[in-house]
Ligand binder design. Sequence first.
Ligand SMILES: Cc1ncc(COP(=O)(O)O)c(C=O)c1O
Length: 381
Amino acid sequence: MSASSNASAARAWVEIDLPAIDRNVGRIKQALPPHVRYVAVVKANAYGHGMPEVATRLLQAGVDCFAVANVAEAANLREVGHDADILLLSPTLPSELPRALALGLDITLNSLAEAQALAAAVAKSGLKAKVHVKVDTGMGRAGVWHEQAAELFAFVQAAGFEWRGVFTHFSDADSDAAYTTNQRAIFLKLLERIPAAVRSGLMIHADNSAGLESFSASAPFNAVRVGLMQYGLPPSSGSFLASLRPEPVLSFHARVVLVKDLPAGTAVSYNRTKTLSRPTRVAIVAVGYGDGVPTAASNRGSFLVRGQRCPILGRVTMDQTIVDVTEVPSVVVGDIATILGAQGADRITVAEFCAWSDCIPWEALCTLTQRVQRVYRTDRT
Ligand SMILES: Cc1ncc(COP(=O)(O)O)c(C=O)c1O
């Protein structure tokens, strides 16, 4: 979609193409065996896209349940009115457990101590606990270390929790197939420690977007946790995932608020990291690191204005970024600068933005700040 068709009066905004989410979910579901449940990852404000609108659309598109980082995010989802299952991906603090129980969340257990705290909270509240056990098979982050997992499995069964799932998380699925295969093998071996009658009732999951690359229908996996791909970004190029052709969902735009001509030799922006080598027409764009354009893009990135690439001059500042529009002399105040997405025949991709900004795609999306207005496109095209 061209930015110029956007009627937003905002200074800086992201446009979210909700029908693109439908199409992405459809493609991912089609590529998976029908029995596999789709856990839609909507933490961090649905990767910056806006949780309520995106979660509602994901449900309409056919996802089975949600995953979030913490109880506060889950409570936001419940406030929107969703009674779908919500899995907490991170460890839960003892102080958060009563609320997690009251909201009927699927609590992830990462240690024996956490399970004991949950048993105490259950005893106090009289509420039922629904749990998944997370196993660390080589990520070194959340999850019980795999050599200690059997003890936690036994506790969960004895405690009388409703044991709903067991999972692990891959650390390198987008770049190291051998390491991922090893993590998967450790996890599969560990599953044998769970009695078959119990195991057959569990949700068993490991794959995030990048892991889908090697999803095996013959293994006991019956769920996937998808984030990045549903937002239109394949984690690795040239792969099965890229061949699904996910569509970008988000584009990022801001207004030109000033245009002026500066003489050669002028130093531009804080700390004078750029000195103009020629007389230059500059446009000041109402977007900066306070919106989600990192200072790493200073003197490296470009914005699209009137369909042409306009290089960033000097340091990106909190509220404004200066671009060179000498080659686009017709630029006027109010024009749209596109930071991410298409204008005319050109497009700035998230991958390109990340290269300028020294960041990863998840980070580029999640660091779009609250100040940036979210504009939702809802038409079905
Ligand atoms: C535990 C867990 N599962 C799944 C995901 C989704 O990963 P992706 O966005 O790569 O699909 C994440 C993302 O951070 C995660 O932390």
